[in-house]
Design a protein around this ligand. Structure first.
Ligand code: SF4
Ligand SMILES: [Zn+2]
Ligand SMILES: [Zn+2]
Length: 309
């Protein structure tokens, strides 16, 4: 198959579009730039923190955000969280360090061990057997909190994440299946329901880009990236939803795009509805904004890191 834009052989085709290597790279980067501008994800006066792990989504978002920030002279840095997942995170963090050195990107790192006293591996058994909590639930709560706290300490004004179209479609469906529409109201390219100075706004420049496109972008750009998955993913609800959506997409190409575009149509109304119900309190232990007396991270730290053997 030939590229739609030149005489070269196509390396990617989907929904009637075909691109050679160069045209695919331009298509990808232009789409990121368009998403940033359309939703005002990054602006002139921002100080941008890119949440990154060294995996493919995070290298793609780090590289494209770097290009955007350098072009518009916006300060930025990368922030890595080490959850403590042996034989996985240590490798992706090594790749990340090399990548940041190579591209002259300032890198900050912080770990569960250093901030909560235990690695994810150390608390995992206790979480599953005693608290009936999956590793991804524990990981998600600590990771979100550390990203926000660290970005806030460094005075970042935006927190960029590598969530792509597939991640968003999976989360949307997971929340629907759990009957949790309020959590869906907090999704979108610019996440959250209400502004609060305790939260650094999270933004998703890869929002309209698929997993398949992200993977190809990393390969074509020659990034040294580890395509292995976290060993805990198979225990998660997300893995089942992901497989189901991939099967649907195979049978009905464009299904994920359709789902996200339909969701974006109702999102402003959803945000409006749930924003009115949202009231912030402040955690009595760490003072982070939260819904109850204590934030989820402090609760989890108490029940896991102080109890786990
Ligand atoms: S798959 Fe689960 S445990 Fe692994 S990094 Fe992701 S959220 Fe954490
Ligand atoms: Zn071409
Ligand atoms: Zn707290």
């Amino acid at each position: 198959m030939q590229c739609n834009h030149c005489e070269e052989k196509a390396v990617y085709h989907e929904l009637g579009r075909a691109y050679c290597k160069n045209h695919f790279l331009s298509y990808f980067e232009e789409k990121v730039e368009k998403t940033i501008k359309k939703y005002k994800l990054i602006e002139k006066n921002d100080h941008v923190c890119v949440a990154t792990s060294g995996g493919k989504d995070s290298l793609a978002v780090l590289y494209t955000t770097m290009k955007y920030c350098r072009k518009h002279e916006i300060p930025f840095f990368a922030l890595a969280i080490d959850e403590g997942i042996a034989l996985y995170r240590d490798h992706t963090l090594e790749d990340l360090k090399k990548f940041c050195d190579q591209h002259d990107i300032p890198l900050q790192s912080v770990s569960f061990k250093e901030k909560f006293g235990k690695t994810l591996d150390e608390v995992q058994n206790h979480a599953i057997t005693v608290l009936n909590k999956k590793p991804c639930t524990v990981c998600g709560i600590f990771r979100r909190t550390l990203l926000n706290r660290t970005a806030r300490e460094i005075k970042a004004t935006k927190l960029v994440t590598g969530h792509n179209l597939d991640d968003e479609a999976q989360t949307l469906l997971m929340n629907l299946l759990k009957g949790n529409m309020r959590h869906n109201a907090a999704l979108g390219p610019l996440t959250g329901l209400s502004e609060n100075e305790g939260f650094v706004p999270r933004v998703k420049p890869l929002y309209h880009i698929s997993e398949r496109e992200t993977r190809l972008y990393c390969v074509l750009r020659g990034f040294e990236v580890n395509f292995h998955e976290c060993p805990n993913i198979h225990l998660s609800f997300r893995a089942g939803v992901r497989d189901m959506l991939n099967e649907l997409e195979n049978k009905s190409p464009g299904a994920k795009h359709g789902m996200i575009n339909a969701f974006l149509e109702i999102l402003p109304d959803l945000k409006k509805k749930y924003r009115e119900e949202k009231k912030f309190k402040y955690c009595k232990k760490c003072n982070d904004p939260c819904a109850g007396e204590t934030c989820n991270a402090c609760k989890q730290e108490e029940e896991l890191c102080k109890e786990a053997k």
